[in-house]
Design a protein around this ligand. Structure first.
Ligand code: PEP
Length: 288
């Protein structure tokens, strides 16, 4: 074979290998992460918030194994007014981030009292909790409004932690699968696949939030597997495997490990227990 052809063949072969490794790397980047997110809700004054974050940081420093895991992210969601202070305290940790608990979907303007995604991003947050059941029930946030918030977050490269979950009556009437399907279809499934892959979904049965009544690991796994199957139907298997699905609802230091041992549970959205340093750290340790 002429040398010229040999060189062309070798080049092609090398390119193929390069492309193969490039795709592998891409795929690795897409692998789903384990995430523990603490939703502080409307708690703490500024000095208390600073104390809590400092204590969490101290505990993390004493456990380098928790901060050097590439596929683990720790997220703190304090009230809006403390986001920047908290960000300044955690930003040196490679896998610790702050999140807002809400956002408004418009960019700016006459929306007194509201906070836009761009503002949230400018104070250091990376995540935004959207669709928490307390926002859905107390503030009557509907599917369409939530879909607009998700789009606004994605437009600014922020990661939505999108909450879904059924109320007790719906579970007792065996409507929980249908409720979850509708929540996903009406607020998320309008996204294209690239945007959808940026979303983290938190399954939070409303009857378990702040009640001390946790879903059993089997109930959580059953619903998470169902959510993944809906994602696979809509976006394909690969995407469904890449999405992090968190469980939320009275997850605590005692039950976290068992919940996180379920194959489709990739971490937790933690309310009450995220305000107690030792409990929160134990919950983080339970996911690795
Ligand atoms: C939450 O508010 O998202 C939550 C899960 O709360 P708790 O852990 O207190 O039930």
């Amino acid at each position: 074979m002429p040398l010229k052809w040999k060189i062309i063949l070798i080049n092609l072969f090398e390119k193929r290998i390069f492309v193969h490794y490039y795709l592998l790397l891409l795929k690795k980047d897409f692998m789903r992460k384990k995430i523990i997110a603490g939703n502080w809700k409307m708690n703490k004054t500024l000095p208390e918030a600073i104390l809590l974050v400092n204590e969490i940081c101290q505990e993390l420093k004493a456990r380098p194994e928790l901060i050097n895991i590439k596929d683990l992210e720790i997220v703190l969601a304090p009230p809006f007014v403390y986001l920047n202070e908290c960000y300044k305290l955690i930003h040196e940790f490679p896998n610790v981030f702050v999140a807002s608990q809400n956002c408004y979907p418009e960019e700016s303007g006459a929306f007194t009292g509201e906070v836009s995604v761009n503002m949230i991003k400018s104070v250091g947050a990376k995540y935004i909790i959207i669709g928490h059941s307390e926002r859905r029930s107390y503030f009557k946030e509907d599917y369409l409004f939530l879909a607009r918030k998700v789009l606004a977050a994605l437009k600014h490269d922020m990661k939505p932690i999108f909450c879904i979950g059924e109320v007790l009556n719906e579970r007792e009437a065996s409507q929980h699968f249908e409720v979850i399907r509708t929540q996903l279809q009406e607020s998320l499934f309008q996204l294209n696949v690239v945007d959808f892959e940026q979303v983290i979904i938190a399954y939070e049965p409303v009857w378990a939030i702040g009640t001390g009544r946790t879903a059993s690991p089997q109930q959580a796994q059953e619903m998470h597997a169902y959510i993944r199957s809906l994602i696979a139907e809509k976006y394909g298997d690969e995407t469904s495997q890449n999405i992090s699905l968190l469980y939320g609802g009275s997850c605590n230091a005692q039950n976290a490990r068992e919940l996180f041992s379920m194959p489709d549970v990739d971490g937790g959205l933690i309310g009450g227990a995220s305000l107690k340093v030792q409990d929160f750290i134990t919950i983080i340790e339970s996911v690795i």
